[in-house]
Design a binder for this molecule. Sequence first.
Ligand code: ADP
Ligand code: MG
Length: 550
Amino acid sequence: MALQTSKEGEVPLLILKEGTKRTSGAEALRSNIAVAKTVEETLKTSLGPKGLDKMLVDSFGDVTITNDGHTIVKDMEVQHPVAKMLVEVAKAQDLEVGDGTTTAVVLSGELLSKAEDLLDDNVHPSLIISGYQKASYWALEELDRISTKIDPQDREKLMELAETSLSSKVVAGGKGLDYLSSLAVDAVLQVARQVNGKYYVDLDDIKVEKKKGESLEDSKLIKGIVLDKEVVHPGMPRLVKGAKIAIVNAAMEVEKPETTAKIQITSPTQLKSFLDEQTNMLKEMVNKVAATGANVLICQKGIDDIAQHFLAKAGILAVRRAKESDMDKLAKATNARVVTSFNELTSADLGSAEIVEERKVGTEKMVFIEGCANPKAVTILLRGGSDMLLDEAERSIHDALFVIKNVLEDGKIVAGGGAPEVELSIRLKERAKALSGKEQLAVMKYAEAFEVIPTVLAETAGLSPLDAMVKLRALHMEGKVNYGVDVVKGELADMVERKIIDPTKVKAQVIKSATEAAVMILRIDDVIAAAAPPPAPPKSGEGGMGGEEY
Ligand code: ADP
Ligand code: MG
């Protein structure tokens, strides 16, 4: 059935808008696959510790340097709908397990590239889809079989996991790797809760704050919350011990009327009483805070200069314009309740901490809230020479924190460096033997797709990818399931011995996300794209350079 018919003698039946572009059937599928392969090619070179970074420049000229798969595809601002679907894969991967985003996108691309071979062999897309789904189910089963359990108390192993995750990042140079890994492990262990022997980690309990200056090795884990703010008034204390903290989501200012009103002041006494009135209102607010016994005030909105003066006189340390995201963290950490007006504030709403102190970090000041009522709140204060480095450090630490959370909660790990992919590929091919015909072909191709990961890792390590694959397959057939590519040393080795390990949960999610995306794209046999809106006419007087007159 066609949407546009034009039989002889009949008036063409137009149901699509003029300018709409339509491709269907095999042509649509193949052009979609071509897009996925292009995205895959772009990301391949960023995989693993020897993968290169991407420099992305957005339309405002802002530069991002990153190795993070999700950030790359997100910031590439891709146009094609299929490329956008792959961005979604990376996003899902990032949200679910934090790491493995590059792997997920590369594997989706490879699954589609293998599907193209199947199309060439006249395998119908619906058969490819069912074969792929079966294969992914089997792959997850086998993944579980090749996983090993770890003891969550085993700090060494957690360090190895964090290091594997961080080793592919810009931050891995020098001592940074070891140091950041230990920060990540300590942070997660600090906030982890144990219920009936099971671990739970809420990564929201870990705040990551960045401050330019010094180097990554000067980053610190603070047991408490750090606010990128200063104490508002020089007369206020810089250090409060035994802090009683009021957290208020309101301005300590005299509200200006919504409507424009004119106030006629005809005499100096009138002016004075008007100002006195304002001052009294502010004084009243400060008194309310002081009456609750608070000695620290964190305000999400502004604090009037006069109010600052009174707060200082009352010995209260105050911070204004705290970030909204910090307010909840702070409330949770100190066991405070965020109140929305100063009238509401009572002593029961106050939070507590051992110390609130303004300290100099680099050239700027920050407020540290330590020894909080709830010890499950920590801040990683990242330091580094440039904003670009700090941003990438933040993305990297996010991956590492997630990796440790995954393993604490799930308890299972696999070897890294492409070892599980080689093993899964072999096992799937073995299981495919039980199938027949085209379904078998589909599962075989799915199995082959896994080899892209060790192949790319071997390539980045400067090895011959073909040679490495042949050797790896042989080693795995001998039962050496943990053999993969040690990218740093440029040789094949037992990954567990080399301390290169990944969480099973990350690998499982890679399989799920990549298969889902590939299947979704394989299901499409018709692309109907509306015409782009016409470009806006240039404003008069904006002649620009050149022009069509020539
Ligand atoms: P992703 O975004 O998918 O996490 P990465 O660039 O972080 O991509 O690369 C992850 C892959 O690199 C994993 O397969 C991991 O096992 C592997 N890897 C990490 N460190 C090493 C290493 N030293 N040698 C070989 N492979 C490594
Ligand atoms: Mg990674």
